[in-house]
Design a protein. Structure first.
Length: 609
């Protein structure tokens, strides 16, 4: 806030005359010694009508339900509160005649009030709007007026993600503000955001604009006024961590800000030290930090280039946390000895940071999905890589995924060549797929576990595997997404436990993006015989749909596209399937020999022979 010793009467006069503050002052004069408020903390409807008349605001309806329905009145009301022209206890509001002994019309009061109210446009203090602050920063750093397109480009460049459904709480418009979204930027929304904040700055006298006959346009240009420069200084210098702060103090501030704004606030601190020194401080703190503070410290360090290689190389020789340095060096084209465990270590560290932020509410299936997706392996391989990486949180994450022992505990009990005590004939039918239907009839040992049965289903149907799955049984849900009964548990539950009698059913779900569901029905049980080839398939119909084709609906669409050479997606679909011509695709194709060849190989793996 500006000190009274250096207050400019000229600036104070400009602040008092700006539309936002002059309207707020008129509203405060109307409030006077007091007005009663609703439970929402706004003037009652009859009083709101009177306030609109005083301010020259047109009412949207003849009868006003609530002051909240009049946007212009509410904006002025909030400015009056932020500026300190009006104070409220929630039930009654009154105008402020003095503040800290300064007259309401004095320069010190006016400029302090103006800065507080104008900063509120950016969500300060509290929840800053990243796009709005980027616009302020660009205007403050520019030596000439900037166009709305240039400002929109700055927002887009700082925010490669987007979420068109999130509204800026201060501008009132829907902006591209989700800095962690994965979708592409929306140029039109960025332009709307830039124009909206420039209009707000102009309302506070902080910016001047060149407009056309119809008002501000994308080609219109804006520059900050002296008031705007004072605001930028108050925001970016007054809120930035001190240059001599330690890394912990720096990150405690930056971790609460959106990434683009955090980098703006970090500039004074970074400018006070060499690139290598800054990286050393940040990595030293990051190694001992956790959660969002660790991420923020790494994010700032990773932006310091190109003169920070020495510091990164110092850290690259260290085990564990040094994986971040080795990754940075590799990403920037610097030769570095790669540790084969680094990928798993970094993934575990990321999962650990997620758990620090979300606590015990993270379901096991979410951890499993993240681990499997990042490592591109099945769960057994992913878990083995996790345990071997040496991260101190690996055992905790393994336990959350289903217990410390993820080895299929029952596989070794079935010796190769030993006849099963009893065998079960199962019909596996794929739901919501027709013309033709897709089903398999398989024979399996009665003592097969659900974990083993999952592999039988995948091979019998023809799925590639690599996706999460779940069994829904009369005893509960088993599998990687189970909240209580996880990956390890399905290797402890036998088929006879969940299909006790002829006609019993269970449901097997595969790939929770495509949502393939298999109905499993026990059709027959008989004594085992020495010549049984288990597991085996004795009948079936229909080709298995391709993995990742979009589920039953996507498969229907795929069949239509392949069968229609005139469809605009026909060639692309054939390319995706790896086919040269549509005749190579046959939804009715089924080979009993091919299925049993896969099942024989599976039997070898299950028995260890």
């Amino acid at each position: 806030m500006p000190s009274p010793a250096v207050v400019s009467a000229e600036l104070a006069d400009a602040a008092l005359k700006c539309p936002a503050l002059s309207h707020a002052r008129r509203l405060a004069e109307w409030v006077g010694p007091g007005k009663e408020l609703t439970s929402s903390g706004v003037p009652k409807p009859a009083a709101a009508v009177e306030a609109c008349r005083v301010l020259g605001i047109s009412l949207p309806k003849a009868r006003l339900r609530s002051a909240l329905d009049v946007d212009e009145l509410m904006r002025t009301w909030l400015v009056a509160l932020a500026a300190g022209f009006v104070v409220s206890d929630g039930r009654r509001a009154r105008a402020t005649a003095t503040l800290d002994g300064a007259k309401m019309t004095g320069p010190a009061f006016i400029l302090n009030a103006w800065v507080r109210a104008a900063a509120g446009v950016f969500g300060l203090p509290g929840d800053p709007c990243a796009g709005c602050l980027i616009v302020l920063h660009e205007l403050s750093a520019a030596s000439q007026p900037l166009s709305m397109d240039e400002l929109a480009g700055a927002i887009a460049a700082a925010d490669p993600g987007s979420d068109a459904d999130e509204a800026c709480p201060d501008c009132g418009d829907v902006h591209d503000l989700d800095l962690f979204a994965m979708d592409g930027p929306d140029e039109e929304d960025d332009l709307e955001h830039a124009m909206g904040i420039v209009a707000k700055l102009a309302d506070f006298g902080a910016a001047t604009t060149s407009t056309g006959a119809s008002g501000l346009t994308p080609a219109g240009r804006a520059r900050l006024t002296p008031l705007g420069s004072m605001l930028a200084s108050a925001v970016f210098e007054g809120c930035a961590p001190p240059r001599d702060a330690d890394a912990k103090s720096l990150i405690s501030v930056l971790s609460e800000l959106p990434p683009p704004v955090a980098m703006i606030m970090a500039k004074p601190w970074l400018g006070a030290r060499s690139a290598d020194a800054a990286v050393r401080e940040l990595l030293t703190f990051a190694e001992s930090a956790s959660g969002s503070q660790r991420l923020a410290a790494l994010a700032v360090a990773e932006t310091i280039e190109p003169n920070s290689v020495i510091a990164w190389r110092e850290w690259a020789s260290r085990p564990g946390f040094g994986a971040y340095a080795r990754q940075w060096l590799a990403d920037h084209g610097n030769p570095v000895a790669v540790n084969p465990q680094d990928e798993s270590w970094l993934i575990v560290d990321g999962l650990s940071i997620m758990l620090d932020s979300l606590g015990d509410d993270v379901p096991p299936f979410l951890l499993a999905a993240a681990l499997q997706q990042e490592l591109g392996a099945d769960m057994a391989e992913a878990m083995a890589a996790l345990r071997a990486c040496g991260h101190p949180a690996a055992d905790d994450i393994a336990a959350r995924l289903g217990g410390p022992n993820l080895v299929p505990v029952e596989r070794a009990t079935r010796k190769k060549g030993r006849a099963a005590d009893a065998v079960c004939e199962l019909k596996i039918s794929l739901r919501n797929v027709s013309e033709p239907e897709v089903w398999r009839r398989v024979v399996v040992p009665e003592d097969i576990t659900l974990g083993e049965l999952n592999y039988v289903i995948l091979e019998a149907m023809g799925w590639d595997g690599g996706h999460l799955h779940m069994f829904r049984t009369r005893l509960g849900e088993y599998g990687t997404p189970g909240m209580e009964l996880g990956y390890a548990d399905e290797f402890r539950v036998r088929l006879a436990d969940v299909l006790p009698r002829r006609g019993s059913k269970l449901l097997h779900s595969y790939d929770f993006g495509d949502d393939w569901e298999h109905d499993i029905r026990l059709e027959h049980r008989r004594p085992g015989a020495p010549g049984d080839a288990l597991p085996s398939c004795i009948a079936g119909e229909g080709a298995c749909p391709p993995d990742d084709c979009g589920g039953p609906w996507g498969y229907d669409r795929l069949k239509e596209v392949v069968a229609n050479p005139d469809d605009e997606d026909h060639v692309d679909m054939l390319d995706w399937l790896g086919l040269d011509e549509p005749g190579q695709f046959d939804p009715a194709a089924f080979s009993l020999d091919e299925v049993n060849s896969r099942l024989r190989q599976l039997n070898t793996e299950l028995t260890g022979g």
